[in-house]
Design a binder for this molecule. Structure first.
Ligand code: MN
Length: 761
């Protein structure tokens, strides 16, 4: 190792690092004091910018007061002051001064952009968004998600630093807040902000936040532990000094310049350890820890050698986080020895740089300069620092165990997530690009399946809106909706929603088929004067090789089992009968006309028996029904359905010649009736045949008639009959038979139309 040279360069004993700014001063900080503090670490600071921000924020908050009675402006000012202890850039100080202006005063983002630039505007806006989260109720189990949300919104790490300083100042001034709010703030601090500070390596910030939260959360435990720590401190005061002295001497004997610091554990971390490990206070050995800070990495290992050869090592306590740093870049050597006075001594050995990272994390790297006067050198240092910050932030979601880390890696971290709230404040994490439909399914499958609309942040919004971080989403449901539209499956982005929609669609289609199958079987029984009962069909299940009667019905509905076979399974002596036209009770005239025209003898199955007709609403792709491909069918038509294996029901008007193809399969015929909802008019397909004179503009005029009547044209086919005449087949969509008849009448009235008739395929 390059010992000597490196040691020469870093000869001085490392100094204890600067602390997060604390202020006991009762009166408000002056404008020049703040500027002086910034100038101390950043001589090229933009004083004018700081002064303008100071004045702007002070004026914006005006007469507003804090709970303590202090002017409100004292709060952003103190937040800025805390940040001066972290050597942050001017933009961060300015944004800290302005951090509550958009939310609490007349100030707007646009105005801040204009006066201080878009960079600072974006920082203040980020803090405004975070502030909205403070208003939302939280549960402990949501803490992890909330930490991620904070990180997702605080895409710029400076927002996070300001937020933590904001929280720290609020916690320092908690005394004036009503007890209930105080307790909540303490819970949030312990659950969310303190661990967040720890995750980004700001341990001093973490300790202070925890120290402020603990007495609010558990006053008794806090008092007891603090008292015992104080008793131990009094007893061991000389011992700690002795250990510090001996460590320093042993190391300097070997030419290692060190700064040794004995540190007491904080009450909150002692309590956490007691809780986590179910230990009593007496069993906690490591109430005091020592930090040994040395100039170089090589000396870390040299110091370790000195310690291990001087005092007996406690087995199983050695950890080398220098060769394998923790995920937040924490590096140190940990070991425990039996030191002077037979006392267990816990040691952390590290370099000054490692020490700063361990204590201040991100802030240790956040040595920003303003972009304007930055030399290329500082720029590259800065971008390196930013790269490090980005890297760290990307590791924040990982928790501490590798499985968790991998899991989050698969989710491509929280940058690909979006976090939204229910109206009651529950946080829902979704993949980026998620819609309110995804949200609904994330809340509950049942809610997803019955979703009909949504409100985002209180406003009605389309179900396919892309959700953004912090959106509050209210899902509107209707129990009348039996299944979600199958098309949603391809529109949602979350796997959970997709699977649930697929399941619900399948179940709905199956129910539809089963309902259909039941009616078919019941009706066939009725026609054959056999009694249908579920018990009898259950008894016949083995013969039909199905597990349940629902399975049988679904199979009949799908056309996989014949209805007659089902009835025969219940009644082995059942014989199929052919129905007659007379039995069917159909509109005689129409059929007579059809028979005459086609000169065929038509037999149709009975449709007038007791079984209720199956109601048909408009066509929905989820339902196993479709309209006759040629002529369609419209309300007002008497309709029948033809069941096709695997395809469901095709609906025909009873006068459709296509029905002749099914005369020999009475079990496939179904009685249907329209069930139209007048409130939501729908159009249905029909076909019109037109013979027209070949004149320029004919087609346009025909289309105009149809459009003026509020019908849709689906398709037009033209056949030239002769040089003078053209035959047109128009597929259109109309509301009902009256609508269709009116359109045909208007077409006939046109001089160029020789004939117009409805076509029945
Ligand atoms: Mn604030």
């Amino acid at each position: 190792m390059r010992g000597a040279a490196a040691r020469d360069g870093a000869n001085a004993t490392p100094a204890p690092p600067a602390r997060i700014a604390k202020r006991a001063a009762p009166q408000m900080m002056r404008q020049y004091e703040l500027v002086e503090r910034v100038k101390k670490y950043n001589p090229s600071t933009n004083e004018d910018l700081l002064n303008r921000a100071y004045v702007y924020a002070m004026k914006a908050h005006g007469e507003q007061k804090r709970a303590s009675g202090d002017p409100y402006f004292s709060h952003p000012l103190e937040v800025a002051a805390i940040l001066t202890g972290l050597n942050v850039d001017d933009a961060t100080i300015v944004a800290a001064l302005l951090h509550d202006t958009i939310e609490d005063t007349e100030a707007t983002r646009a105005e801040i952009d204009r006066m201080f630039g878009g960079d600072i505007g974006a920082l203040v806006e980020g803090l405004t968004k975070l502030k909205r989260l403070d208003l939302v109720s939280r549960e402990a189990k949501q803490a992890e998600n909330l930490r991620k949300l904070l990180l997702a919104i605080a895409a710029d790490v400076r927002v996070l630093l300001i937020k933590l300083a904001d929280r720290l100042h609020n916690m320092r001034t908690l005394d004036y807040v009503p007890p209930e709010a105080r307790r909540r703030a303490a819970e949030e601090t312990a659950d969310i902000y303190a661990p967040l500070a720890g995750r980004i390596g700001m341990h001093e910030m973490r300790e202070e936040l925890e120290g402020l939260a603990f007495p609010q959360l558990n006053p008794e435990a806090c008092a007891v532990i603090s008292e015992r720590l104080a008793t131990l401190a009094a007893r061991d005061r000389d011992l700690i000094a002795e250990i510090e002295r001996q460590l320093t001497r042993k190391l300097s004997d070997r030419g290692i310049a060190t700064f040794v610091e004995g540190r007491r554990k904080q009450p909150y971390s002692v309590w956490r350890k007691m809780e986590r490990k179910a230990l009593g206070f007496e069993q906690l050995s490591d109430i005091v820890g020592f930090r040994v800070v040395v100039p170089t990495l090589a000396e870390c290992y040299q110091a370790l050698g000195v310690v291990h050869t001087t005092w007996p090592v406690v087995p199983g306590r050695f950890k080398d986080y220098i060769s394998t740093p923790k995920q937040n870049d924490y590096r140190s050597i940990h070991t425990t020895v039996i030191g002077p006075g037979n006392q267990r001594v816990e040691l952390q050995i590290r370099t000054q740089e490692m020490h700063e990272i361990a204590e201040y994390g991100i802030a240790a790297h956040a040595n920003y300069k303003d972009g304007a006067d930055a030399s290329p050198d500082t720029l590259s240092r800065e971008s390196k620092a930013y790269a490090w910050l980005r890297h760290t932030i990307e590791h924040l979601a990982d928790g501490s165990n590798p499985e968790e880390f991998l899991e989050h890696t698969k989710l491509e971290l929280f940058h690909d997530q979006v976090f939204c709230f229910t109206p009651k404040g529950t946080l829902i994490a979704l993949p980026r690009g998620a819609t309110p439909i995804d949200f609904a399914y994330a809340v509950h499958t049942d809610i997803g399946n019955h979703t009909v609309g949504c409100k985002i942040n209180g406003k009605i919004a389309p179900l396919l809106s892309e959700l953004e971080n912090g959106d509050e989403v209210e899902i509107l449901t209707s129990k009348a909706l039996l299944a979600p539209p199958a098309a949603w499956e391809s529109l949602v982005v979350s796997g959970k929603a997709r699977a649930a929609i697929r399941r619900a669609t399948r179940a709905a289609v199956r129910n539809q088929y089963a309902g259909l199958g039941r009616r078919i079987v019941e009706r066939l029984c009725g026609r054959a004067k056999r009694e249908y009962s579920d018990e009898r069909l259950t008894g016949a299940l083995p013969r039909l090789a199905r597990a349940s009667i629902e399975d049988v019905f679904a199979a009949v509905g799908r056309g996989e089992i014949k209805a007659s076979d089902t009835v025969r399974a219940m009644y082995p002596d059942f014989k199929e009968e052919r129905a007659t036209l007379a039995a069917a009770g159909l509109p005689e005239g129409r059929w007579q006309g059809l028979k005459r025209a086609r000169a065929v003898k038509v037999k149709v199955p009975a449709l007038s028996d007791a079984a209720p007709a199956i109601p048909i609403r408009g066509i929905n792709s989820d339902l196993p029904v479709r309209f006759a491909p040629e002529g369609g069918a419209v309300p007002g038509d008497r309709i029948v359905g033809i069941l096709s294996p695997g395809e469901g029901i095709t609906i025909y008007p009873i006068h459709s010649p296509a029905l002749m193809a099914f005369e020999d399969a009475p079990e496939r015929w179904l009685d249907l009736r329209w069930d139209i909802d007048d409130k939501t008019p729908q159009r249905f397909p029909a076909q019109v045949l037109i013979e027209s004179v070949n004149e320029p503009g004919t087609l346009a005029q025909i289309a105009q008639v149809i459009a003026e009547n509020d019908a849709n044209i689906d398709n037009i086919r033209m056949t030239r009959l002769s040089p003078d005449f053209t035959s047109l087949t128009i597929n259109l969509e109309v509301y009902d038979i009256k609508h269709l008849t009116a359109i045909i009448a208007q077409l006939r009235a046109k001089p160029f139309v020789a004939n117009a008739t409805r076509h029945n395929g």
